[in-house]
Ligand binder design. Structure first.
Ligand code: MG
Length: 373
């Protein structure tokens, strides 16, 4: 029984290898489903317990990483201390600010509420875009339910992991003071087209591995007491760690630049542009035509010509695809050895797709030849 399951899994794995028969490109999608021509994601390494290989390490426990990456609010050397692998806020010295600016990013920060804070609640914060948007840092371990209007420094939209003043955490996974805690933050800044705000920007936050902000769309810059309804217009800004008068320690700070959600203009999503889709489809049609011209394999020539036609319909290419279809039927009937089982399976699914898309009729000679192969 187990053996059968393993074999079935292997069959599925073979079937997803180089599969050209998915739904075709359309006005919003330059690529077909499972398109074999679609570029692979850039390969990085993300080994257990290690920083992803494409991350910028902003603090690795060393004074060198502070000198390299951080300045004070005026651009001078950071006055925060580095000891025992920790980067610690010196109250009154102002925020720690990155030299580099960032736009859309994934950010990892570890922090802890200090034990010796004299009732200060370990207030700090992770601020994106030159300080405009804050994810709050605060000791939120011991939250006291209170009916008093003078609830201590733990209003819900000001606890750790809150988008400050806007959105409390979905749940509170805070740990005790003195214990390390993690923020993994995805930030998208506001996007403008001229004077028009087309995307207000957003925060997604995992706090100690738990989702606490689920693509929260910003309602303006974050600040005490006010709904500002103001947004930054700059495409990028520095990352700041807040000095709110408490000696909050940090470690393991790294950041990855990521694309805007509107950067993909050719295949679905919020940034898709019909003109970009059409342009890429034309380029892909030409590429598939070149592939068809290079090959003598009857199956590959047939698929590449149809592929080209589906990227960009062209009567001459369609006429060539029909001729290639006749040649493919002849090769099959002549038991051409190049048409192995794997290729025959792919051709059958490809032909079924052509029928589904109404490019071929069910009684077409080609369809009848490869049905059920
Ligand atoms: Mg704060």
């Amino acid at each position: 029984m187990r053996r059968t399951t393993v074999l079935a899994a292997a069959a599925v794995a073979a079937a997803v290898w180089a599969e050209p028969s998915g739904d075709r490109p359309d006005a919003r999608h330059a690529w077909a489903v499972h398109d074999v021509n679609r570029p692979d994601p850039v390969k990085i390494t993300a080994d257990e317990g290690k920083v992803p290989s494409d991350a910028i390490v902003l603090f690795d426990g060393t004074a060198e990483s502070v000198a390299k990456n951080w300045v004070d609010a005026k651009g001078g050397p950071s006055k925060w201390t580095t000891k025992n692998g920790e980067f610690v806020c010196v109250p009154g010295s102002g925020p720690a600010r990155t030299k580099e600016k960032f736009a859309d990013c994934q950010l990892h920060v570890e922090w802890k509420a200090p034990l010796d804070d004299a009732g200060g609640y370990g207030n700090s914060g992770v601020l994106l875009h030159d300080g405009a948007y804050e994810i709050q840092i605060l000791d939120s371990w011991k939250i006291e339910p209170s009916k008093s209007p003078w609830k201590p420094a733990n209003y819900a939209d000001g606890q750790a992991g809150a988008v400050y003043g806007q959105n409390p955490c979905l749940v509170n996974p805070a740990r005790k003071p003195g214990e390390w805690q993690t923020f993994d933050i995805v930030f998208h800044p506001p996007t403008w087209e001229g004077e028009k705000l087309v995307d207000p920007g957003s925060f997604t936050v995992f706090f100690n591995g738990v989702l606490v902000q689920d693509h929260w769309e910003l309602e303006g810059t974050t600040t005490w007491l006010a709904r500002t309804k103001k947004w930054t217009k700059s495409p990028e800004g520095a990352l700041l760690l807040q000095d709110h008068g408490n000696p909050v320690p940090f470690r393991n700070v790294w950041i990855r630049r990521i694309p805007s959600r509107r950067a993909n203009t050719t295949n679905g999503g919020p940034g898709v542009r019909a003109g970009d889709v059409a342009k890429l489809r034309a380029e892909l049609a030409a590429q598939s035509l070149a592939f068809a011209d290079e090959t003598d394999d009857p199956a590959e020539k047939f698929i590449r010509l149809w592929e080209s036609f589906c990227y960009r319909p062209d009567a001459k290419v369609r006429a060539r695809a029909d001729i290639a279809g006749d040649a493919l039927v002849k090769a099959f009937l002549a038991k051409d050895k190049r048409l192995d089982d794997h290729k025959l399976g792919a051709i059958r699914r490809f032909v079924a797709m052509l029928v589904r898309e109404k490019f071929l009729a069910k009684d077409d000679e080609l369809v009848k030849t490869f049905e059920g192969r």
